[in-house]
Design a protein around this ligand. Structure first.
Ligand code: FAD
Ligand code: NAD
Length: 461
């Protein structure tokens, strides 16, 4: 049996652990390239989706240029070229990564294909070989959840793994789900001229965001798309080129029709495909591998990171956890802990959304005292320049100390604007210090954040 110092399962964020291993270790990387070498973010997630979002933002801006006195023609959409720009780059990067790892040198072996545990420290890889190691890092990611709706498998459907590579733009796209993937792809495809129907189980879209943000986004979505709220899909059928989704909701039964159906109802950990009981690795009730603050599983020497174990399915979290694991492998006597205190996220839809920390509803439910500062883009000079009528920044702070508890922005460049607030929370700065302790460039968009901070009532402590 070939034995290694370290085996990493997963070429997404796990690849960084391979790069950061001690130089004298004999290591193996195992990956089935189910979505392409390099994992989800590179091949079917963050990166290509944001490249499409940028194109969609341009198309949308062209459509809105009339309000600025510019009468531009409706953009002619060359889908094949849009797709080519994205995947020429993505596929080259993935292929380069694979080539690099295939020629990894004497100390690195790449095993291509799906692996599963056969014992506490033994792994069965493709081709029937069993390999073993002193240490394992499980970075096996997650996959789309496919809900059990009668007729769905036969009707055929898209997921984030396939929707970006369709050969033709559909005229009508139905999206099942109303979360991050739904919001981003509804924007992408509607900006390119596709008619969108979104099927939401609850009364709104992005309902985990702060209530004010979710309500505004839902209002905007209702204006742009056919948003069916409080609906359950009961059956799916395909009739030639048409896909029909049967729904039940407050108004009774109804049917929506489209050319394609995108399923975006969440993602589940790939832990169930690893035969973890053979290794004795414990999982949570939702299937994620259980880890402690040092990213250790219950089995000594086996670590896990990223979507396979994290309650945050976000690439910056997976990267952070990979750094923690790499450190703890190298320095077992000086271990560090993962910092999940202030995990931000952004939804790259239109308008953009970004968030960190407590939402107002969470603060209320948890009984956390708070005050709010809130300012509109419409109230800052750059907001006038952009004609933004609805977006805002909202900040929650501790009334006594002025420390930030949460921040939520909906509007242009929200994902970049929020960074000083993430920094303030991470470094424990209070609102007045952040607002008054530095210059804010005039008349930049960042004045939105400055003004929201200044809107927070003076601290009482
Ligand atoms: C459409 C979409 C957009 C997203 N956008 C963003 C965004 O804008 N920002 C953000 O922060 N996050 C975003 N995410 C989330 C982000 O992509 C994930 O959190 C991140 O990629 C997870 O990385 P990972 O290393 O845990 O898993 P992955 O990158 O999925 O890597 C896991 C690897 O392990 C392999 N594997 C699994 N099981 C086995 C096995 N048994 N044997 C061998 N190999 C195996 C898989 O094939 C895969 O290559 C997005 C996700 C999606 C789907
Ligand atoms: N910009 C980003 O950071 C980004 C973008 C896309 C995806 N992601 C990551 O990928 C993950 C998965 O995205 P997602 O949009 O699939 O999940 P999500 O959890 O964001 O949203 C899932 C949606 O599906 C609905 N839903 C759940 N089960 C359903 C069912 N059986 N029938 C109908 N609707 C159902 C939920 O109510 C919700 O609206 C996200 O949690 C996020 O972490 C991140």
């Amino acid at each position: 049996m070939r034995h290694f110092d370290l085996i990493v399962i997963g070429s997404g964020s796990g690849d960084a652990v391979i790069s950061g291993r001690p130089r004298d270790w004999k290591a193996a990387l195992v990956d089935d390239a189910a979505v392409g070498f390099g994992g989800t973010c590179l091949n079917v997630g963050c990166i290509p989706s944001k490249m499409f979002v940028y194109t969609a933002d341009l198309a949308e801006a062209a459509g809105e240029a009339g309000a600025f006195g510019l009468d531009l023609p409706t953009p002619a959409v060359r889908w094949q070229d849009i797709r080519k720009r994205v995947f020429d780059r993505i596929d080259r990067h993935s292929a380069d990564g694979l080539r690099h790892r295939r020629s990894g040198g004497p100390d690195l072996t790449l095993f291509e294909g799906r692996a599963r545990f056969t014992g506490p420290k033994t792994l069965l890889v493709a081709g029937g070989e069993t390999i073993s190691a002193d240490r394992f890092v499980i970075a096996a990611g997650s996959r789309p959840i496919v809900p059990e709706v009668p007729g769905l498998p036969d009707a055929g459907f898209l997921t984030n793994e396939t929707v970006m590579r369709v050969d033709q733009l559909p005229e009508r796209l139905i999206i099942l789900g109303a979360g991050a993937i739904a919001a981003e792809f509804a924007h992408v495809f509607s900006a390119l001229g596709v008619r969108i129907t979104v099927i939401a189980r609850s009364g709104g879209m992005l309902t985990r965001e702060d209530g004010d943000v979710s309500r505004l986004f839902t209002d905007i979505a209702r204006r742009k798309w056919d948003l069916r709220e409080r609906r359950e899909a009961t059956r799916v059928e395909r009739d030639g080129a048409v896909v029909r989704v049967h729904l039940t909701g407050p108004g009774g039964d109804e049917v929506v029709e489209g050319d394609e159906l995108l399923v975006a109802v969440g993602r589940r950990s790939n832990a169930d495909r690893l035969d973890l009981p053979a290794a004795g690795v414990a999982v949570h009730s939702d299937g994620r591998i259980a880890v402690d603050s040092r990213q250790r599983t219950n089995v000594p020497g086996i670590f896990a990171l990223g979507d396979v174990s994290s309650r945050y399915q976000l690439k910056h979290v997976a990267n952070h956890e990979a750094r923690v694991v790499a450190h703890n492998l190298k320095h077992p006597d000086q271990p560090i802990e993962a910092d999940h205190r202030f995990v931000p996220h952004a939804v790259f839809t239109s308008p953009q959304i970004a968030s960190v920390g407590l939402t107002e509803q969470e603060a209320r439910t948890d009984g956390v005292p708070y005050v709010v500062g809130k300012r509109d883009y419409a109230g800052i000079a750059y907001g006038w320049a952009m004609n933004d009528p609805e977006g805002f920044a909202k900040i929650l702070a501790d009334p006594q100390t002025g420390r930030l508890l949460g921040a939520h922005i909906i509007g242009p460049q929200a994902s970049a604007l929020i960074q000083p607030l993430i920094q303030a929370m991470s470094l424990g700065q209070d609102a007045a210090t952040v607002a008054r302790g530095q210059y804010w460039i005039h008349p930049a968009m960042s004045e939105l954040v400055e003004n929201a901070l200044l809107d927070i009532p003076p601290r009482t402590g």
